[in-house]
Design a protein around this ligand. Sequence first.
Ligand SMILES: [Zn+2]
Length: 700
Amino acid sequence: MFAYGAQYYRPPNPPSKVWSKDFEQMSQLGFNTVKLWAMWNYTHPSKDEFDFSELDELVALGEKKNFNVVISLILENAPHWLSQEHPEARYESQDGVKVDLQARPNTPGGGWPGLCLNHKIVREHAERYMEALASRYAGNETVTSFDTWDEAFFEPNHYYPDKRFCYCEACSRDFRRWLRKRYHDLETLNENWEQRYTDWEQVAPPRYHGGYPRFLDWQRFRLENHQRWMKWRAETLRGASPDVTLRSHGIAGNLGGLVQNYNDDWESASTVEEWGTSSFPHWMDYPEIAEKIEDRIAAHQITLDVARGAAQGRRFWQTELEGGPVRSGNAGAPRGLTCGPFPDPGEMEIWNWNAIMSGAKGVLYWQYRPEMLGLESPGFGLVRRNGEMTDRTRVAERFAKLTTENPELESSKPVEGDIAIGLLPEAANFNYVAEGNTHQFSGTVQGIYKTLWAADYQIDFAKPHQFENYGTVYLPYPLLLEDETVREIKSFVKRGGTLITGGTPAVHKSNGRVFKEAPGAGLGRIVGASLLTSRPGGSESLELGKGKIAGKVRRDILECHEASMMGSWSDGGIGAVRNSYEKGETIVLGTLVGISCGEDQTNRSKNTFLRLLSDRGLVPVVESNRGIAKTRLHRYEEGFILYMTNESKNQKNIGIKLRKDLGNFKDSIGDVTYLESENMADADIVVDIDGRSGGALIFG
Ligand SMILES: [Zn+2]
């Protein structure tokens, strides 16, 4: 079943007197799923007392309406009595500040950010809480899944942008333990860090940016530590409720945020049965809202494409979708009275189609009622404060019914992408360790994505173990590669894959040291060239055939060995090389091409990059001749489904070129009509599609 519904309960809201009426209305709208937060602070009032009475009442209401209830486990708040007993367990910033439990925008009921889960006693209490929660609803047919980690990321870093966490005793101890496991003895640690420690107790987490090896290992430790917490949550819930589905959802941290929020979506998704993502298209640039609708739509689509890649074949949901105007802020910049725009119903239609065409099998709004307390109030509601419906509610109603009435939408799966963008956590981490932010990494990933997206490519995101599923992988920001990545790259190219990199790969060793000869780690033979030097970006361009790509951030000057030159810098020196290696090939473009494309006002860099792909026969499987319809091709049991959206305000006739035989047209869903008797130059089919809407053509 396609899950459709909303987040409903995050104590202290909504008040209990409106629950019954709201559940009735959600049922009439066609919703089949509601999500409820189980807040540790709220439901564990004293050491041996649990109070699930509000959740019980809501689950009973859900049962009456035949809803599937998702319970989100929220440990990003802790009981105040526990903090009082163990003040040392409070999260500690790099400058020694212990964070007292408090309210924040997403935790109006207080207790945020919880206590450090590396603290043994905190973990024991949290475990008892999880067991009490899971066993209470074990076997309950209404509670069909637990959201093991609702937005699986480390919140303290996110909320205090000028601080980093956690530097408490327990975290320092666990960091040393992790290092002992990685290096076994101090000599090996010294060798890898190029330091002269004489005792393990001298080894501490890095509090400021400085040397590379220790900070890189700290980042690796925090990512692994987060996964340890994720697995512990999943195992505890599963232990107490073996039959429940475990899900979780992220915030697309692999686009760069993971250096601070420590969640690798791929790893977290591997721990649960179903995955998901949050997307707030008006939040991406909040409060400086992206002016152009296509920017907001691309920003939405990218989070879904990351979620699909991370899910690695699992079902995934649009677990949180903006239901009303955004309000929020952080500790440094609270923006409680700054209201984001009200989502336009037409745009919400596209968000729904975006979710469906990306392959999501559920859409839950954040949230049904507007928040009523704190910095998020009165934001996000799908309905008004008094519970009355809005034009946004009507969009939700339409899609709740549409997804129920068309089972093909639930069974179809996106075909493999025309191209995969390799997303490497180590690339983001290295950017962060070296520069204090991930602007270069994120800029180049997003620039490539948007360029391919605007040109109709079906894009997947992949980690190295998934490269083998694709013919071509684009690797942005490959300056530092983990050993495992290098192994996967070698085997991908050997077996016939095409690897294109933006910048020379493996310029740095995994501890951050510069390789004397780059690419290092044995990749020199695969790319058939070496790096002579790298100049700063500027006004010079990489001349590639008849086109030019602006040199951004770094301009690598290469020397060919087995490789042949593809392009040179306008001020001299080889800037792009191509090499055949065993059954595959590599192309190194000596700059951060994604940034060249992202900052490209003239389209020259974009067109040059796209021509490089099309010259190699890599063209989109589906292409819209006006670039207006965004499409995604799916397979289902009986053939193909072609999904599309029209982001413009006007109804359009659009010609579509198909590079795959989709079989006979059977039917359409939504606001798209197949015009069988229409012809258009260079198009295989012509469709009529309403403005700000979408739909699907079914073939079989
Ligand atoms: Zn800690």
